[in-house]
Design a protein around this ligand. Structure first.
Ligand code: PGA
Length: 235
C-alpha cells in the first residue's frame, strides 16, 4: 500500500523534529510511506524509511518568482513526490487545471512524481456530474504530456466534500469512481496508474476502506499528524 501523509500547515520546528525522529521506526517494509511536511521543514525530513513529498511547487522554472519554490530546489532537497491540485490550493489560491498542468510539467522535468488530486464537490455529486467533472479536469491537468510522462503520475481521488469533514463516501462509491478514473486513463493512453483515496480517513474507517478492490493507497491529512494514531494504521 502507498500511504501519503499530508501535514498541511501544521507543526512548529520543534514538533516537526520530534515527529521525524519517531516516525521512522513506525514504518514497516510492506508499506511505501510518503511524508509531505510543510515546505519549510523539508530539510528536516531526510530519513531513510520514507520518501519525501512536497505539498506544492511553482509552475515556473528557477528565477524571479518571489515566494515560490522550484522543482529544481525540491529535487536538491531529495523530494521524490509532490502534491498538485489539492482542493485547498484550488480553492484558496485559485489554482486552475491549466496551472496544475504547468506544475506537473515542471515536476516531471526534474523527475519528481506528481500526486494529482482530483475530486468533485458535494453539489457536483448531487447533480450527477462527478464523472464529467473528473474527465474534464484530468484532460486539462494532463494536457500535452506523453504517454511515458503520464506513467509517472499518481492520482488521488479526494472528493472535496470528504476532506476534513468526517464524511466518507461508501466503498461502492469510491470503487466506482476509482474504476472510472482508471478506465478513462486506460482508454485515453493505455496506461494503468495508481489511484489513491483521500478524505477523512481515520483508524476506524481505514480497515473498511482497505477492502476496496481497486484502491492502491491512501492520502491522509488530519490523522497523520498524530504518531500514535498513524502507528495503529501502519501496523
Ligand atoms: P483529511 O485530509 O484526511 O484531514 O480529510 C485529506 C487531505 O486533505 O488530503
Amino acid at each position: 500500500m502507498l500511504i501519503v501523509l499530508n501535514h498541511k500547515m501544521n507543526f512548529t520546528q520543534e514538533e516537526a523534529m520530534a515527529y521525524e525522529k519517531e516516525i521512522g521506526s513506525k514504518i514497516y517494509q510492506e508499506d511505501i510511506v510518503i511524508i509531505c511536511p510543510s515546505n519549510v521543514y523539508l530539510p528536516l525530513f531526510q530519513g531513510e524509511n520514507y520518501y519525501l513529498g512536497s505539498q506544492n511547487v511553482s509552475r515556473f522554472d528557477t528565477g524571479s518568482h518571489t515566494g515560490d519554490i522550484s522543482s529544481e530546489q525540491l529535487k536538491s532537497l531529495h523530494v521524490s513526490y509532490c502534491l498538485v491540485g489539492h482542493s485547498e490550493r484550488r480553492k484558496d489560491y485559485f489554482e486552475t487545471a491549466d496551472i496544475i498542468n504547468e506544475k506537473i510539467k515542471q515536476l516531471l522535468k526534474y523527475n519528481i512524481k506528481p500526486i494529482l488530486c482530483v475530486g468533485e464537490t458535494l453539489e457536483e455529486r448531487k447533480a450527477n456530474q462527478t464523472k464529467s467533472v473528473l474527465e474534464q479536469d484530468l484532460a486539462i491537468c494532463l494536457k500535452g504530456l506523453s504517454r511515458q510522462e503520464k506513467g509517472n503520475i499518481i492520482i488521488a481521488y479526494e472528493p472535496v466534500w470528504a476532506i476534513g469533514t468526517g464524511d466518507v463516501p461508501t466503498n461502492d462509491i469510491i470503487e466506482e469512481t476509482i474504476g472510472f478514473i482508471k478506465k478513462y486513463l486506460e482508454n485515453q493512453d493505455r496506461i494503468r496508474l495508481n489511484v489513491l483515496y483521500g478524505g477523512s480517513i481515520n483508524e476506524k474507517n481505514y480497515h473498511t476502506l482497505k477492502q476496496i478492490s481497486n484502491v492502491d493507497g491512501f492520502l491522509i491529512g488530519g490523522m497523520g499528524l498524530d504518531i500514535k494514531r498513524i502507528e495503529k494504521l501502519l501496523k
